[in-house]
Design a protein. Structure first.
Length: 512
């Protein structure tokens, strides 16, 4: 820090102008340079369908090469318990992206079957970009189109959305990178100094995972399109996931679900060659995203804007790809219910790590808090700035998740401390399953079918030793379902006099 900067900082504070600069009380540490008295920029990076366990900073055995995102993780904070709250439709993307944009819990979304009871009108005007526009931010967005929140997306002042899931510069992730690069180049040329909110979304690694040829080659994968044959095995392909199974032990409750049966390259197959090839394709697409992230970070640094920018990296939800014998995103295991989550920026300790216990729906509250903007009244999320500042390690004790896009009521889960309960009430009451995991001992949620010798590495729901813990978690799940206005009850819960919504045609339709 220069002497002039120090003097400026001190004089601003002494003159009592500090609150004037930060209208809603966002505080920046005094030791920051005068440059950071400017409101911070925000670069929010969102990818489509990516398990946290694809990354080395969540699974050191992963073979994904993502040097730029790894560096972000090393320079910022990694959150180990970041979740999406779930979905009441097969297209899990859609509720997830609504939650990101409006900060409301899953049953309180404008597309929820309970929206009439729980969602205020004109919510679009209180979504992320609308709020930042009013606060004087420049807002720009690139992302995939569809399965999203159009009313919120159109609030961005500059918008370049398109579905880009191909393997070339024009048809793949480089296109999204180009949109941000062009925007930053124009900003530089026009000497614009307004703070920005850039929503840097990608269409990958969502299927179809048509990777770039050189990256597919690196991961030993091919864009396999022939359902009658298996792709070649190749030692360069990623290993099978540690909790891979050739089939899920019981029906998960969404018959004919697109993600589990018709994704090109996998279909309903779960053999080793198919899964390893598809993981190779996923990694090729993720590395392509990493390259684009690197381009944009280099540009921000060259512009002198990097230091005053909060960078978020996350996904709309995880994905199975062979884990537990599943392929899609319609389950509540950690690989799918959790998302990767990194935040780097002013005041965040490099290389720090915390559970966080956050939801994606905390995004609005947190971005507003960092920018010194009051969160809209319709927001229900929590700002996790205290976690980012190292003042606390979690935002909440209990986490709740749903998948209710197939047969009803569907799946529910709840997590507190090391313990997690998942319940399945599907296929008209013909499947009633309960899973109890101690995640400290069994982070991969191994089941009996994984054949582990250690008796801790399995579902503990039927072990009489844990009957007390099971009862406690069952009670906790019911209380979360009540608190969050879940309109359904499971087979072993009181009906609470509810009339649950019926599955509509759309919910029965193919998930995207
Ligand atoms: Ca998605
Ligand atoms: Ca401007």
């Amino acid at each position: 820090m220069t002497k002039q900067n120090l003097l400026l900082t001190i004089s601003v504070v002494l003159m009592g102008l500090y609150p004037f600069f930060f209208a809603s009380g966002a505080e920046l540490p005094l030791q920051k340079s005068a440059a950071s008295l400017r409101r911070p920029n925000i670069l929010f990076i969102l990818v489509d369908d990516q398990s946290p366990f694809d990354f080395k900073f969540y699974d050191p055995n992963s073979s994904l090469q993502s040097p730029n995102i790894d560096r972000l993780a090393a320079q910022g904070m990694v959150l180990d318990a970041a979740h999406h709250m779930g979905a009441f439709v097969g297209a899990v993307c859609t509720p997830s992206r609504h939650m990101i944009m409006c900060g409301r819990t899953v049953w309180h979304l404008p597309i929820s079957p309970e929206a009439g009871k729980y969602c205020p009108p004109n919510l679009e005007q209180n979504t992320l970009a609308a709020v930042f526009n009013r606060a004087g931010y420049d807002t720009m967005r690139t992302c995939k189109v569809g399965n999203s929140y159009e009313g919120a997306n159109k609030q961005f002042t500059v918008r370049h959305d398109a579905g880009k899931r191909g393997g070339t510069d024009e048809s793949g992730s480089p296109w999204h990178g180009d949109q941000v690069m062009n925007y930053l180049t124009q900003r530089e040329a026009s000497k614009d100094v307004d703070p920005f909110l850039i929503y840097f979304g990608f269409s990958h690694p969502h299927d179809t995972r048509d990777g770039r040829p050189e990256l597919l080659e690196k991961y030993g994968a091919v864009n396999h399109t022939d359902q009658s044959t298996l792709p070649d095995s190749n030692p360069k392909q990623p290993a099978l996931p540690i909790n891979y199974l050739p089939a899920h032990p019981f029906p998960h409750g969404h018959p004919g679900l697109r993600d589990e049966t018709t994704v090109s390259g996998v279909w309903a197959k779960r053999d080793e060659r198919t899964i390893r090839n598809e993981l190779g394709r996923e990694f090729a697409c993720s590395e392509s995203i990493d390259i684009q992230v690197g381009r944009v970070l280099t540009k921000l640094e060259a512009m002198g804007e990097l230091e005053n920018t909060y960078i978020f990296y996350t996904a709309d939800h995880g994905i199975a790809i062979g884990r537990h014998g599943l392929q899609g995103k319609q389950n509540l295991y950690e690989h799918t219910w959790r998302v990767p989550f990194i935040v780097k920026g002013p005041g965040i300790k490099p290389g720090s790590r915390a559970p966080g216990n956050i939801y994606l729906l905390d995004t609005v509250a947190t971005l507003c808090d960092l920018a010194g903007i009051p969160a809209p009244e319709s927001n229900e999320g929590l700002s996790f700035k205290p976690v980012l500042e190292g003042k606390q390690t979690t935002m909440r004790e209990v986490l709740y998740g749903i998948y209710s896009g197939g047969t009803k009521p569907g799946m529910r889960c709840v997590k507190r401390g090391d313990w997690k309960l998942i319940k399945y009430d599907v296929l008209d009451g013909t499947v009633h399953e309960t899973q109890l995991f101690n995640l400290a001992n069994n982070p991969n949620e191994f089941l009996t079918e994984h054949g582990k010798k250690d008796s801790a590495l399995t579902n503990l729901a039927r072990d009489p030793k844990y009957a007390g813990k099971l009862a406690e978690m069952e009670k906790l799940l019911l209380s979360e379902m009540r608190r969050l206005n879940d309109p359904y009850r499971l087979w072993n819960q009181p009906d609470d006099g509810l009339t649950p919504p019926k599955a509509g045609k759309r919910e029965k339709a193919k998930a995207k």
